[in-house]
Design a protein around this ligand. Structure first.
Ligand code: SF4
Ligand code: SF4
Length: 457
């Protein structure tokens, strides 16, 4: 088995290089990246395109342009989706350029006091599941109820400002499961053990979409894969990493690694054997975790290898018994999919999965193992949905427009279901689907595999 190592040097997500890199970049200003650029799509100005930002970076580097609040706004409008990296024929590593820039954008004078307060609030809340749960607990009687629908229809939520309204729009129903992490430290493989892995639950995913981790654990165990789940694990640092908050990212990444150290070893709860892989079912997290070598300045011996759960399952293969037990999924009318009437799915490529990790075939192959499933391709699969970490909270109008475009594209495939492997995208697309004439439910691919295996619908 040759799983990918922690972010190979030079891969998307690798650490930003030092001075001189900007001046040496090979951008030839061809503009091939522009049609794929989400910010250019909605703002339509050169300064909000990769080519424009590269030009500005060079000018700042050369002392010809001052990085003030106006210039910073054009960098903040970048979603960090890396579609431009995939599109560029000259091999420009815009991902590395923008990563160099992000920490500089956090200088206090470049943002208004209100922006600074909102960002502090987000970074003090979202990466900490227990804090988030404490805030959300009183909202259980509101989220997903007719009251929420009424508040949205009446425009009441907009009274609190566009950013609070954007947060509210993403709020899903909150089942009891969202408020607890009661997984055993060690979930044994069912049948003969084939592999031993660690599972990262994600901070937002475990609260807003707890069914995904439940499905992941069932699917892994059913495939003969033992799963180690440290009870004290927190956020992987993806959210802060994407925003250039490097000190907090290191702190979160170190704490996550320590939570695995606390349970793996002689006499510890998960036993002494090392992990063969560290898996995560949220592609934004996987992208950052593959950069841990650079973020932490060393390879952590406990890490084993980081992999997206779909990448891992595709590589090791489904067990014979699991594959044999897969059953066709039902259509909306309850009838099972069949060769004559397959269940059609529109796969949403999360940017940090497609552009950040180069994973496109793996999730499709995995879904293709479910009997009578057919994948319908969106016409603009490589363009960002507008979620982009906390972009949809910081820049709600642009994000909403991108969400509308993505939802229309997925719905326009004619598929019955949309599939997304990143929690941020899932929440964003679900919300945007509400405005579609043909709204599609949005599920994680692992949930579909689990359901096909007989897991709860
Ligand atoms: S970044 Fe690449 S695609 Fe975009 S203008 Fe420069 S060379 Fe062309
Ligand atoms: S990362 Fe995405 S939003 Fe930013 S310049 Fe590249 S394509 Fe545009």
């Amino acid at each position: 088995m040759s799983l990918p190592s922690i972010a190979a040097s030079g891969s998307p997500g690798a650490a930003a290089p030092g001075a001189g890199f900007i001046a040496a970049d090979p951008c030839v200003h061809c503009g091939f990246c522009l049609p794929t650029c989400a910010s250019y799509r909605v703002l339509a100005t050169e300064m909000d395109s990769p080519r424009g930002r590269i030009h500005a970076l060079k000018a700042i580097d050369a002392g010809e342009l001052v990085l003030d609040a106006t210039v910073a706004k054009h960098f903040d409008s970048c979603l960090g989706c890396f579609a431009c990296v995939t599109a560029c024929p000259a091999g420009v590593r815009y991902d590395q350029l923008i990563e160099t820039m992000r920490p500089r954008l956090n200088a206090p004078e470049l943002r208004s006091p209100a922006q600074r307060v909102f960002r502090r609030l987000i970074f003090a809340l979202l990466p900490y599941p227990q804090r988030l749960r404490a805030l959300l607990a009183p909202l259980r009687a509101y989220a997903g109820t007719p009251l929420q629908a009424l508040a949205r229809r009446s425009g009441l939520t907009r009274l609190f400002g566009p950013q609070v309204a954007a947060m509210e729009k993403l709020l899903p129903p909150l089942p009891e499961q969202a408020f607890r992490d009661d997984w055993p430290v060690l979930v044994p493989a069912r049948g003969p053990r084939r592999r031993r892995v660690g599972l990262v639950l994600g901070c937002v995913q475990r609260v807003f979409e707890p069914g995904v981790n439940a499905a992941a654990i069932r699917v892994l165990a059913a495939n003969g894969i033992e799963v180690v789940i440290p009870p004290d694990q927190g956020c992987c640092g993806a959210m802060t990493h994407h925003q250039g908050e490097l000190a907090q990212t290191r702190e979160l990444a170190t704490a996550l690694m320590s939570s695995f150290e606390a349970v793996i070893g002689p006499g510890k709860a998960a036993g002494p054997e090392p992990l063969e892989a560290l898996l995560v079912a949220a592609s934004g997290c996987g992208h950052t975790m593959k950069s841990y070598g650079e973020i932490l300045g060393s390879r952590h011996p406990l890490l084993g290898r980081v992999a997206d759960i779909q990448e891992f399952l595709d590589e090791v293969g489904l067990s014979d018994s699991f594959q044999a037990a897969l059953r066709p999924l039902p259509h909306g009318d309850g009838t099972a999919a069949s060769a004559e009437r397959p269940l059609e799915l529109a796969y949403h490529d999360a940017c940090h999965q497609l552009h950040g990790q180069g994973l496109a075939a793996q999730p499709r192959r995995l879904l293709g193992r479910i009997p009578h499933v057919r994948i319908r391709e969106a016409t603009e699969a490589g363009v960002c949905c507008g979620s982009a970490g906390i972009y949809n909270l910081m820049q709600p109008e642009e994000a909403a427009e991108l969400g509308r475009i993505k939802a229309a594209d997925l719905s326009g495939t004619g598929a019955a279901l949309a599939v997304s492997a990143n929690i941020g995208c899932t929440l964003q697309i679900r919300q945007a689907m509400e405005g579609q004439a043909r709204p599609l439910p949005v599920l994680h691919p692992i949930e579909l595999l689990d359901r096909s295996y007989g897991g709860p619908a």
